[in-house]
Write a protein that binds this ligand. Structure first.
Ligand code: UDP
Ligand code: MG
Length: 310
């Protein structure tokens, strides 16, 4: 008998929670007809301001022994909420699921079956999705940049769900990183993985709380965590600009010697000045992103705070 832990971060999901639990119960019953395993659901309320927590407690009431509810003191973001979930449950493997019904519930049982064949990491990849054009384009760029410059091991295109063995869970809990993206940290451990494809459904209730600024933060977090490419890029650009400056300098000196300069060049100076100084600001900003994160890591503040576990 094996135990699967399903971790579900919840943030303003009052409309979908009950339906989600019904779906899960149905798929679980089907699964357990032919398998002898144990499933535990850990719901993490990530500081929702609506009635999510009450709904979770009513689920807990009806499914006493297989549901755990973790209430965080406020909003820490889904990645930290998932960390809270996997850190507070012991099973043989762990899977993440979102609370908004966008992924079919039976998918996690399909992933569990793959794990039971001995694969320690299983990834659910979107075959198709029904989200806004902006979300789709942003997600494409996000995953392309990360795969190209930061984590070559990641699968092409986006993925939302991962199922991993308890060994990987222990690594994740123990590396104790902040401002990171555990969906990509998983590839640091180099376990071979299998992918399952699925069609992502449109969001039935409410709107995604992944607002643009959070998405940008996650992109930068992922870059800083897994890649030094931006720093290389600054050095590369610096070198490139240096070579151009040197050649242009040679040209100016020879033009001066041969009396070819007749007080021109204000426009050229302005353009060069604006270009180089804006490049310098961007470069400082990029370094700042790295330095701030290293400061934040050294401060050792918790990434989430649990109010209560039910
Ligand atoms: N979520 C969370 N904290 C947040 C934002 C989102 O726990 O600050 C949860 C949310 O409740 C959902 C999952 O993360 O279960 C995925 O979020 P969402 O559906 O908004 O994102 P998307 O579908 O755009 O990936
Ligand atoms: Mg969603």
């Amino acid at each position: 008998m094996n135990k699967l832990i399903v971790v579900i971060p919840c943030y303003y999901n009052e409309e979908s929670i009950i339906e989600l639990m019904d779906d899960l119960n149905l798929c679980e019953a089907n699964y357990l007809k032919i398998n002898d395993d144990k499933i535990e659901y850990i719901f993490v309320d990530d500081g929702s301001g609506d009635r999510t927590f009450e709904k979770l407690m009513s689920i807990k009431e009806q499914n006493q022994e297989k549901v755990k509810v973790i209430k965080l003191t406020g909003n820490f973001g889904s990645i930290n909420a998932i960390m809270a979930g996997i850190s507070n449950g012991t099973g043989d493997c762990y899977v993440t699921l979102s609370a908004d019904l966008q992924e079919p519930a039976n998918l996690i049982f399909e992933m569990f079956k793959v794990w039971k064949k001995g694969i320690k990491l299983v990834i659910a990849k979107r075959r198709s999705r029904k989200d806004s054009l902006f979300t789709i384009i942003y997600s494409k760029i996000f995953h392309f940049l990360l795969r190209t410059f930061a984590m070559k091991e990641a699968p092409k295109g986006g993925f939302d769900l991962v199922l991993f063995d308890k060994k990987i869970r222990d690594f994740l809990v123990n590396i104790d990183e902040k401002n990171t993206n555990i969906f990509y940290s998983i590839f640091l451990f180099k376990y071979p993985y299998e992918t399952i494809e699925y069609d992502r459904k449109p969001r039935k209730y409410g709107k995604s709380k992944w607002i643009f600024s959070k998405k940008v933060k996650l992109l930068i977090d992922s870059f800083v965590s897994f890649s030094f490419f931006p720093i290389r890029l600054i050095s590369g650009m610096g070198l490139f600009l240096g070579i151009i400056a040197f050649l242009y300098g040679l040209f100016i000196i020879s033009a001066r010697i041969f009396n070819l300069i007749h007080l021109q060049g204000w426009a050229a100076i302005m353009v060069v000045l604006l270009f180089v100084s804006s490049f310098q600001m961007i470069a400082i900003g990029i370094l700042g992103e790295y330095i701030w994160r290293s400061l934040d890591a050294s401060r050792n503040r918790p990434i989430y705070i649990i109010d209560e576990i039910y």
